[in-house]
Design a protein around this ligand. Structure first.
Ligand SMILES: C[S@@+](CC[C@H](N)C(=O)[O-])C[C@H]1O[C@@H](n2cnc3c(N)ncnc32)[C@H](O)[C@@H]1O
Length: 234
């Protein structure tokens, strides 16, 4: 039997604080401890999304999960970062972990889930993912009927991106950042650049939508996406 506090992983949506589920809101406000991740030098995006709903009397745990590390090094850092959350659970306190978008869709919560869910009762609350929000914010119907949708991290090598883009009807290309130029050039090479739409920080007050060729590659943030909607069928 699992004892101790309960672990919750809640999706807080893509940025607009109103795109939070009622269940996420209830759990967020009732837990004694909330945890969230951020880059060492930046404010947590997930916390910023929910800041207006916080009751102000909770213990807050900030953790860092650095990206682009060797798997072995990452594993030991992740093990350490999870410890303060495990300590609260062991002391019987429920912990709500905030996760931008949906927790199980490239979410940082998964690294906590894989380490702690065997030991503590765990519940995951889905969130509105950027995959759903970006096409809507762009105003482009995304997939119809039997269309195949492919999700591609821009961090993949050129040949893999090309292989998948050649065999899909619609695509979402995530994690652009410094990989933007590579992706833009591939889309031109494949003749699909005119269908591709670029958006950054979707649903937030800083949302920007730009034609692909007007994007300054030096300024592409990590929270950006290229959406390639299916060809209109009817
Ligand atoms: C580590 S993944 C996290 C995805 C998140 N769990 C979700 O469900 O949306 C981060 C990537 O999601 C995309 N993303 C997340 N939020 C976004 C937003 N508001 N606007 C555009 N892209 C976003 C970006 O491509 C970013 O590189």
């Amino acid at each position: 039997m699992k004892t101790g506090g309960r672990l919750y992983g809640i999706g807080v949506g893509p940025g607009d604080p109103e795109l939070l589920t009622l269940k996420a809101l209830r759990l967020l406000q009732s837990a004694p401890v909330i945890a969230y991740q951020s880059a060492t030098d930046r404010e947590s995006i997930a916390r910023k999304i929910v800041s207006q709903y916080l009751p102000g009397n909770q213990i807050e745990v900030l953790y860092h999960l650095p990206r682009a590390l060797e798997p072995e090094k990452a594993k030991s850092i992740y093990d350490q970062e999870v410890e303060p959350i495990a300590d609260h659970l062991a002391s019987g306190r429920d912990v709500v972990v905030l996760c931008e978008g949906d927790p199980f869709f490239y979410g940082s919560f998964m690294y906590i889930f894989t380490r702690l869910s065997d030991k503590y009762q765990t519940e995951v609350v889905p969130g509105i993912s950027s995959l759903m929000a970006c096409p809507v914010s762009l105003g482009v119907p995304f997939t119809y009927y039997n269309d195949i949708l492919t999700v591609l991290p821009a961090t993949l090598p050129t040949e893999i991106l090309i292989t998948h883009l050649l065999t899909t009807d619609a695509a979402a290309i995530m994690k652009l950042g410094r990989h933007f130029t590579k992706v833009r050039d591939i889309l031109h090479q494949l003749g699909i650049a005119s269908r591709a739409k670029y958006i950054e920080r979707a649903t937030t007050t800083q949302q920007r939508i730009l034609p692909l060729d007007e994007v300054n590659p030096e300024e592409v943030p990590y929270f950006s996406m290229i959406v390639i909607p299916t060809k209109q069928k009817l």
